[in-house]
Design a binder for this molecule. Sequence first.
Ligand code: GLU
Length: 489
Amino acid sequence: MAAARPVRVRIAPSPTGDPHVGTAYIALFNYVFARKTGGKFVLRIEDTDQTRARADSEGMIFDALRWVGLTWDEGPDVGGPHAPYRQSERRQHYVDHAKLLLESGAAYRCFCTEDRLAKLRVQQQAEKRTSGYDRQCRGLDPAAGRDRAAGGEAHVVRLKMPLEGPITFKDQLRGEVVRQATEFQDQVLLKSDGLPTYHLANVVDDHLMEISHVIRAEEWISTTGIHVVLYAAFGWEPPEFIHMPLLRNPDKDKTKISKRKNPVSINYYRDSGYLPQALLNFLGTMGWSFGGDREKFTLAEMIEAFAWERVSLGAPVFDLKKLTWLNEQYIHEMSLDELAERFIAWRLNKDYLVKLLPLAQKRIKKLDELIPLTEYFFSGDLDYTPLHAEMGVPEVTPVDVSKALLAFVERFEAREGWSTEMIEQEMTAWTEAVGWKVSHAKGLIRVAVTGRKSSPELSAVMAALGKEISRRRLRKAAEYIASGGKAKQ
Ligand code: GLU
């Protein structure tokens, strides 16, 4: 019986970008459940999609989760009985398991070329049919397939999904979830480069790591059907599934939280002066209720009171007003000693000062000039109203100026790291792309980022300010300009 298994839960982030608040949200519920039940909490890095992996992402995930106050019992950096915990180091497991499925007939080799699949897609579109793989290789003789593979012919391994009937699984929050076999394709398990897809690696690892409960975001529900077919094909007992409601933007459609509407990087919340315990508390109120109308609680209190029955499936709104309110409560109640420590951990520390001082040293005569000179390095969103006249570009409509600023922000999304050189490169490329005078282009970014008409070298300022605060101000300035100066600051 699944209930008798010792509790082992995990988060399995893919290191594809900045550490996401959604990861902290799901980590929190896994952590709380593990602590409540005396179970283990595992961190596994799902980095098999080499095209999307970013080298700096994994370390940022570790740092960000530790910053909010969550720790894991097993993981790539702390080890554990099921090491390694990074999927890129576990390739052989996936190859071996795909082989098992080929031998039992639950999977097959598919030799269809990219070219054939592309033509198939075009044809399906032209005939207005649902697109997807037509299972041409499903009927191939397995022995012939084995020979072709042995001869070096490129192929993928696909799962034989049932062709009809319902595929069902139990979600602890929703009860029985029923999907139809016709909604699924014969999912690729192993790609032609020998690397697994998310589905194979995820299921194999959850099994080998003896995960008892898969607690993850709702967006994965739609493919859980593939996972239960895989568990059955291996003859394994599936874990319990618990899909947490997705965080939503506070807009009227309650869309899935997105960086265009809300900062989603945990580092933004750290750099803009939120306290880790307030952020964690806030995430604990997303979809879960403490009881009564109590909103403020510590992690220990959440563990004490935790029960899945208190999760509601309504769309939890990631409302910064509520987070700020909670943050305020924590600040007001904190001892002065603790508050002083928080300021030091935030930006009143040597690490941050040494980033600023090269920009300030030659501009001051006395120490007391530092704070007025560098005030925008310590403040949050800026008030652009007094600078309204500076935020235009001759012969360009405000809407286009705003779009151009957003395009500038987008340039950083795909790039790793954050340095003066990289910002300089992007700024030059962007200035050329928009075709404005350098003084106009830089002037606009300067006002957006510093709220001033003059500043030290912009790329150095942005580098010191950090990626999160720089991006936030650029987006806010774009919003302000697009609204013709009416957007709330
Ligand atoms: N690698 C997936 C992610 O990025 C894991 C999803 C799951 O928890 O199964 O979130």
